[in-house]
Write a protein that binds this ligand. Structure first.
Ligand code: ADP
Ligand code: MG
Length: 320
């Protein structure tokens, strides 16, 4: 793969957001071996992009990993005090970050493109008055039978029924306002590192009495990636997921892939309800925001087509 003639010259700064399929097996298995194998596979297209000359920053989701920690919390509650959700976010940034560092350094060495990779355990500022706190809507963790959901609700958690599959805990997913550790990520990127930051959207914090305090919430990783991309001066934002394109009419007989589009057209399509909340919705909003704020190009694409998407040649490509 080469950057020449593709619209993005070498040295371009590319922010990549990796979805769940980069960190778990295709059947959703999140055993340590399955996570390591998925990350190993995901780092091949990332390393190709770096070898082609791009300066890369990465972020990643953490849904299955946090789900596992919540189960540990619950099962061990009588022995070890459960830890809050922002701690789970911090822990998963570290573990996924280390796995990415190992796998990416290996993939780069295999391409003769050795470069240091660093992870910044990142805090994301949110507003304590965000409406998400009063009306939590983001499901976290696994499905449970109603009986277990009710006992967790007695401990103050919010749970909701999701049809036949059972009940899930729901938490606030507040709007990210600021990636507080973006400065550290920028310094490392400037110094030639590949940077992993704002994993899982970052550990959410609010300002309280002149200091920062963690909150029981999760930040959407695609919206956090967009904020970080801007703070890093990225030329291109690529959201790598498990589908080739964002679709209009998804799941209907009129389903159509969106190839090239603009921020304005995406806003119209989103308002018309084409993108499901919690999955494609935030990805579309992230790429729309990035280009509307002056970013050169953003794309939603499959992980395998990451490099082509960064050049504007695959996936749903948004340009002004
Ligand atoms: P990730 O884990 O990569 O962040 P998600 O699972 O949150 O990804 O979102 C990707 C999923 O969004 C796709 O697998 C697809 O099932 C779903 N989806 C919802 N609406 C759309 C749409 N309009 N076009 C394409 N995929 C959609
Ligand atoms: Mg997913």
């Amino acid at each position: 793969m080469t950057w020449t003639g593709g619209g993005t010259p070498g040295g371009a700064r590319v922010m990549i957001a990796l979805g769940g399929n980069a960190m778990t097996a295709s059947d959703g298995s999140a055993t340590p071996d399955a996570q390591a194998a998925a990350i190993e596979r995901a780092m091949a297209p990332v390393a190709d992009l770096v070898a082609a000359g791009a300066r890369v920053a990465l972020t990643h989701g953490n849904g299955p990993q946090v789900g596992n920690l919540l189960i540990k919390n619950r099962l061990a509650a009588g022995v070890v005090p459960p830890v809050p959700l922002d701690w789970c976010g911090a822990q998963t940034q570290a573990t996924v970050g280390v796995m990415i560092m190992n796998a990416l350094e290996r993939a780069l060495a295999a391409r003769g493109a050795s470069r240091p990779v660093a992870t910044i355990v990142t805090r994301t500022l949110v507003d304590a008055a965000d409406p998400g706190f009063a009306d939590p809507a983001k499901p976290v963790g696994r499905y449970f039978p109603e009986r277990q959901a009710r006992s967790a609700m007695e401990r103050g958690e919010v749970w909701r029924p999701f049809g036949e599959r059972g009940w899930r805990r729901v938490v606030a997913s507040p709007e990210p306002l600021e990636i507080l550790d973006a400065g550290a990520a920028a310094a490392l990127l400037d110094a030639g590192h590949i940077v992993v930051a704002a994993g899982g959207g970052g550990a959410p914090v609010v300002r309280a009495g002149g200091t920062l305090r963690g909150v029981e919430a999760v930040v959407d990783k695609d919206l956090a990636a967009e904020l970080l991309a801007r703070r890093l001066g990225a030329d291109v934002l690529v959201i790598a997921t498990d589908v080739e394109h964002a679709m209009t009419g998804y799941g209907t007989p009129d389903e159509r892939p969106l190839h090239r589009t603009t921020a304005a057209e995406l806003a119209r399509l989103a308002a018309a309800g084409h993108f499901a909340g919690g999955s494609m919705g935030p990805k579309v909003e992230a790429v729309r925001r990035f280009v509307a704020a002056g970013g050169r190009r953003a794309a939603i694409a499959s992980l395998a087509r990451l490099g082509d998407a960064a050049r504007g040649a695959a996936g749903t490509v948004v340009e002004a």
